[in-house]
Design a protein around this ligand. Structure first.
Ligand code: KG4
Ligand code: ZN
Length: 339
């Protein structure tokens, strides 16, 4: 089965062709970062307009790169939510029009299911079940993944997502949007010790997170100091350590609670090198194995949507039964896939 995947839930237009026998054949992505940078965040209207302009050329490009003609495509998968509703509707309309003209089955994919299944794109994929730490710009969740579509949320953020906290703190440090990766690079030059941040929620039982206080801690750390380059780097390092410590400790508790022997880290913050190092140690100590997608499939991409759509269509997902797009869509409301 060969699936064209389309992702347009936020500020990346991304497409891919995935074949269940041959794996990923090609993927293409256009990032809108430059478009939104002047505003310090994503402007939904501009995002929608740009998706309209980018989708068709990108799909042509990815089909060429995959050596695939429309007749070879067995189905179309697009991100149906959660995300920016205008951006999602562009992808939904585009995918539905293609499905109609090409007379192919179509499936609306849950964006977070895409992230959770992204490690299956790699050469040595995890078997299910596994524990997943999903850390993106919009979500921070520990998820018990029993099977494709059977997800139980064990804990989640009560306020900001980890990526959002990275981006907000990066802004305070004068880094351009989205600042997560830039903050991580700055942190590499920071010293351990001069600045200390709290570890939110570690003193409480349960697996929930809270990251909004760290932004305030960064403000306090920067206030009243002459903020030279080294201080900025020290604050970046202290912030990153606090986030990574919190994520690693709650993940350790979740591994112990569930007894899972496989740990998956997914979502944009999963590209963070410190987090990967710490989770590798956490997994080792718990006798579990850590899996993560390559960095470019941690952040938003079309490959994860094509793969998730392929698994759904193989199970005979009913075409058109679901709403075309949903801005909000809790992960645990998904129907299990019929595999
Ligand atoms: O999964 P994603 O691409 O989009 C959402 O679905 O939200 O995640 C984007 C988030 C942004 O907040 C970005 O700053 C963060 O992932 N991010 C990072 C790194 N690379 C991306 N955060 C920390 N360290 C990184 N290396
Ligand atoms: Zn995402």
């Amino acid at each position: 089965m060969r699936i064209l995947g389309i992702e347009s839930s936020c500020d990346e237009t991304a497409v891919a062709v995935y074949d269940d026998a041959r794996g990923l054949l090609a993927h293409r992505l256009h990032s809108q970062v430059a478009l939104h940078q002047a505003y310090g965040g994503v402007v939904p209207e501009l995002a929608s307009r740009d998706h309209v302009a980018r989708l068709l050329p990108l799909v042509r490009e990815v089909l060429d790169a995959a050596g695939t003609r429309r007749g070879d495509v067995d189905g179309i998968a697009y991100t149906a939510g959660p995300g920016l509703i205008g951006a999602l509707l562009v992808g939904a309309c585009f995918a539905r029009a293609l499905a109609l003209v090409w007379d192919k089955p179509i499936v609306g994919v849950h964006h977070l299911e895409g992230h959770l299944l992204a490690p299956l794109l790699e050469a040595d994929p995890p078997d299910l079940p596994f524990l997943a730490l999903l850390v993106s710009g919009g979500h921070t969740q520990l998820v018990d993944v029993a099977a494709v579509g059977r997800y139980r949320i064990l804990g989640e953020t009560l306020d900001d997502a980890a990526g959002e906290a990275f981006d907000k703190t990066a802004k305070l440090l004068g880094l351009p949007y989205p600042g997560g990766a830039a903050l991580a690079r700055l942190a590499e030059r920071g010293a351990a010790g001069p600045v200390h941040f709290p570890r939110p929620m570690l003193d409480r039982p349960g697996l929930d997170f809270s990251f909004s206080g760290l932004k305030t801690a960064a403000l306090v750390a920067l206030r009243g100091r002459s903020v030279d380059e080294q201080t900025r780097a020290d604050v970046a390092r202290a912030f990153e350590e606090a986030v990574v410590d919190t994520l690693a400790e709650k993940t350790r508790r979740a591994l112990s609670l569930t007894g899972h022997r496989r740990l998956v880290v997914a979502g944009g913050v999963g590209a963070n090198r410190r987090l990967r190092e710490r989770l590798a140690a956490t997994a080792r100590e718990a006798g579990a194995r850590l899996y993560f997608p390559r960095a470019e499939f941690c952040t938003d991409n079309g490959a994860m949507i094509a793969l998730a759509g392929c698994l759904r269509l193989k199970g005979g997902h009913p075409a058109g039964a679901a709403p075309p797009a949903r801005a909000r869509w809790p992960l645990d409301e998904l129907e299990p896939a019929r595999l």
